[in-house]
Design a protein around this ligand. Structure first.
Ligand SMILES: Nc1ncnc2c1ncn2[C@@H]1O[C@H](COP(=O)(O)OP(=O)(O)OP(=O)(O)O)[C@@H](O)[C@H]1O
Ligand SMILES: [Mg+2]
Length: 351
């Protein structure tokens, strides 16, 4: 039976990836893929591939990949393409089912996928490879553009999508953004984690903690400026659970983002037509998980105040903003805007 195409928006993120469909389904997964390292691991796990949180939890038994580190599909490795494909397959199979629970023919799926702004050119080919056979029609767009589209902030706005691998900037002038309207910085959530990791290791050389613990502490206690209360966490020190204070380390690590973000924001605003700069300054949108660092929106507003004032809106629930934006683009796109990926073989046989 022929059916209307299922439109989907996918946000392929460094830290988590999400999907929204025209049938109202949504799904999010941590962007990790792992394969059992050996025969023993395969026997214990009883699975060929593990995705998301499951992969993080079982990581000691896995060849674990985070294929979108720094916001691009890592080049030169077939394994990364395979890992991205496994992630995409997981997202599509979780969200694209008929009401009876049957799988939807890939030929009927039209997907808009958001990738970091500057990775658009370099990653496009890799992404196409990963998507082959998974969807019938594809459109690859920049992440901040998808966010702008979803929030209908298409005119005189500046989107800052602060994620894990990258912070993506895009000014919107009521038309498709060009390369000149977009920037990507690699100072983002992961780099805050790196700084925090080394500062805490330096101050407490005997404390034992992992990168996943550091990321969790940051998500719970991150701040810029004045702390609300001291930040202390419990870790084993020579095997004994011990409370350590990490207030200053947290502040220093989070504040490493302020200067690069402010500089790029000013640079992009200064490129806008002079009579519209005031409108853009008052329409800055801070999205992405890293945008939730307490005080980051305020720090950007203080910089805008030096330029004559402005307003930063922080998106408090950023998980599906990119995927919903991709879906909105998919629903509005005309036939000529889609790239055909070729009809999967099952479909050809039935044709
Ligand atoms: N409450 C929070 N405070 C501070 N950081 C947070 C918070 N919640 C999530 N993060 C951080 O946000 C990042 C994830 O954000 P997001 O999901 O927007 O990134 P992504 O889309 O996976 O990455 P990218 O866009 O770079 O590919 C991680 O670094 C995570 O630790
Ligand atoms: Mg993102």
């Amino acid at each position: 039976m022929s059916r209307a195409p299922l439109k989907v928006g996918i946000d392929l993120g460094t830290s988590r990836s999400s999907i929204s469909t025209s049938e109202g389904k949504r799904h999010v997964v941590d962007s990790y893929v792992g394969w059992p390292v050996d025969l023993v691991a395969r026997k214990v796990l009883q699975q060929d591939v593990l995705i998301g949180q499951q992969a993080i939890e079982k990581r000691t038994m896995l060849d674990l990949h985070r294929p979108l580190e720094r916001g691009v599909i890592k080049e030169g490795s077939e394994k990364e393409v395979e890992a991205v494909r496994a992630l995409l397959e997981h997202l599509l199979s979780s969200a694209c089912k008929t009401e009876e629970g049957a799988t939807i023919d890939p030929a009927h799926i039209h997907a808009v996928v958001g990738v970091p702004a500057e990775a658009l050119r370099s990653s496009k080919q890799q992404l196409r490879k990963s998507m082959k056979g998974l969807v019938g029609s594809l459109m690859i767009v920049s992440e901040p553009f998808a966010v702008a589209y979803g929030l209908e902030a298409l005119l005189h706005s500046l989107i800052i999508d602060a994620g894990a691998g990258t912070v993506d900037f895009c000014t919107m002038n009521g038309r498709y953004p060009t390369d000149d309207d977009q920037r990507t910085l690699s100072n983002a959530g992961d780099s805050v984690d790196d700084v925090l990791y080394s500062l805490v290791s330096e101050r407490y050389p005997e404390a034992a903690f992992s990168r996943h613990m550091i990321k969790g502490w940051k998500e719970d206690f991150s701040f810029i400026g004045t702390p609300r209360e001291p930040v202390s966490v419990e870790v084993p020190v020579r095997g004994k659970p011990t409370r350590i204070d990490i207030t200053n380390e947290m502040k220093t690590a989070c504040e490493t983002l302020v200067d690069p973000l402010c500089d790029t924001m000013i640079e992009l605003i200064s490129r806008v037509e002079p009579e519209f700069q005031g409108l853009v300054r008052n329409n800055v949108i801070l999205a992405g998980g890293t945008g939730l660092i307490r005080g980051l929106g305020g720090a950007l507003e203080r910089t805008l105040a030096e330029l004559g004032g402005g307003r930063v809106r922080v998106i408090q629930d950023p998980v599906y903003v990119g995927a919903d934006g991709g879906l909105a683009i998919a629903q509005d796109a005309s036939a000529s805007e889609w790239e055909q990926l070729g009809v999967p073989s099952s479909q050809r046989l039935n044709a």
